[in-house]
Structure formats: C-alpha cells, structure tokens
Design a protein around this ligand. Sequence first.
Ligand SMILES: CC(C)(COP(=O)(O)OP(=O)(O)OC[C@H]1O[C@@H](n2cnc3c(N)ncnc32)[C@H](O)[C@@H]1OP(=O)(O)O)[C@@H](O)C(=O)NCCC(=O)NCCS
Length: 209
Amino acid sequence: MAAPRFRIDDSATAEDGASIWDVYQPVFGDYATFDTWCAAVWEKHRVRAGFRLARAYDGDVLVGFAYGYVGADGQWWTDNARAVLAPDVADAWLGGHFELVSLGVLAGARGAGIGRRLMRAVVDGRDHERLLLMTTSDAADPARRLYASEGWRVIGPGIGEATVIMAKGTARTGAAGPVPDHDRPAPGGTDRRDGHPRRMAGDRASRDR
Ligand SMILES: CC(C)(COP(=O)(O)OP(=O)(O)OC[C@H]1O[C@@H](n2cnc3c(N)ncnc32)[C@H](O)[C@@H]1OP(=O)(O)O)[C@@H](O)C(=O)NCCC(=O)NCCS
C-alpha cells in the first residue's frame, strides 16, 4: 500500500455516510443495511456539535475512518454512561465531553499506523478538556492497546456486556476527572441488543432512543 492520504472534516453529508459504510460494514458488521445504519446512527451523529470526521485513503479507496462529537446530557450514550459509572466519576467526566464514537480500519490496512493517525486527527488539538470512548473490556485487544498507548485510562464499566469506558484529559488540563486504578467488569449490560465487544460510544442501533 502506498502512503495513505488523510482527510479531516468538521462537517459531513449523507453521501459521506455512504462512503464510510464501505469500511463500517466489514469492520463492525452490526447493521444489516446502509439505510438502517444511516437512519439510526449517521444522520443523528453527523449533525452533532463539535463533529469531526477523519478519513484515510489508499489512492481513492477509503481504508479507515474515525469520528466523534461533543456529548451532552439527554443523549442516549451520555445518559446510559451516567447510569453505569460511579456517580463521582460520571459527574467529573460526562457532559460537554468529546466522544470518540467510532474508529475502524479495514483488515488489510491495519498495523501501518493508520488507526493511530485517525484517532489523533479527531481528538488532538481540540478545546475539549475531557475525552471519552467505549470499547472492549479485553485489555489485549488492538484497540485497547492503541488507546492505552495514547494515554486513555479505564474509568468504569461500559454500557453492555464486555465493554469499558475510557477517558483521557487533554494535555492542557491533565486528568480532568477521577480515573479509578481498577478495571471493573461490565455489569452485564443495560441493553441486551448491544453486546458488540468492540463497539464504541456511538456505534449502536438504539443509543438515541
Ligand atoms: C483498532 C484499529 C482501529 C487499529 O487500527 P490500525 O491501523 O491497525 O492501528 P495502528 O497501526 O495505528 O496501531 C496502533 C496501535 O494499536 C495497537 N495494535 C494494532 N494492531 C495490533 C495487534 N494486532 N495486536 C496488538 N496491538 C495492536 C498497537 O498498540 C499499535 O501501536 P504500535 O504499532 O506502536 O505497537 C483496528 O485494529 C480496527 O479497525 N479494529 C477493528 C475495529 C475496532 O476495534 N475499532 C475500535 C473500536 S473500540
């Protein structure tokens, strides 16, 4: 693969969702059709405050993407994260945080630094003091290794089985809230339709019910 080309945007269209689907579907595979993913996820997320999308291309072919936005009380993920985190941890980290919602690289393009560059493109250099994501509870997973190497720490269980919530304070602020030094297991899930161990903050069908 030639050197990847990166593109970063602070807004996105419905058509951008169609291009991302070509990576989203093989990487995550949790929505049967583009239309269901678009209606349940993309059309809600792409218009949120602070939205940023990073894309990586091999030539003209999309091989990876990452996106996130500013989370707020009243949104599905923030409200459910508040329900599973310890109250002091939730109060310190949630609301006005930046959510790294989704990060995926096609299998054939992995291990070449694309995932790290995509993540940095979305979260680095922003004004947000608190960064959050949700991922697998398997600390040996490549995603967990990536996040740990970028300074993210587990702050509690995630929403759904075998997930955790991770947080990072920005370089400007340092740790923005308490970071428990233990990795508590997930509580068994608040939504049994969502057991995807790799799923991140916004990668779920029903987060905004
Ligand atoms: C996680 C993911 C985005 C990483 O993408 P990538 O382009 O392969 O990542 P990079 O090449 O930038 O590697 C960054 C770090 O990830 C970790 N990593 C990557 N592949 C790994 C592997 N096979 N085993 C262990 N750690 C691995 C390493 O810490 C690596 O840093 P290093 O190269 O300095 O050792 C990719 O594996 C992926 O799309 N996985 C499926 C979807 C997913 O899990 N997304 C995250 C949801 S929470």
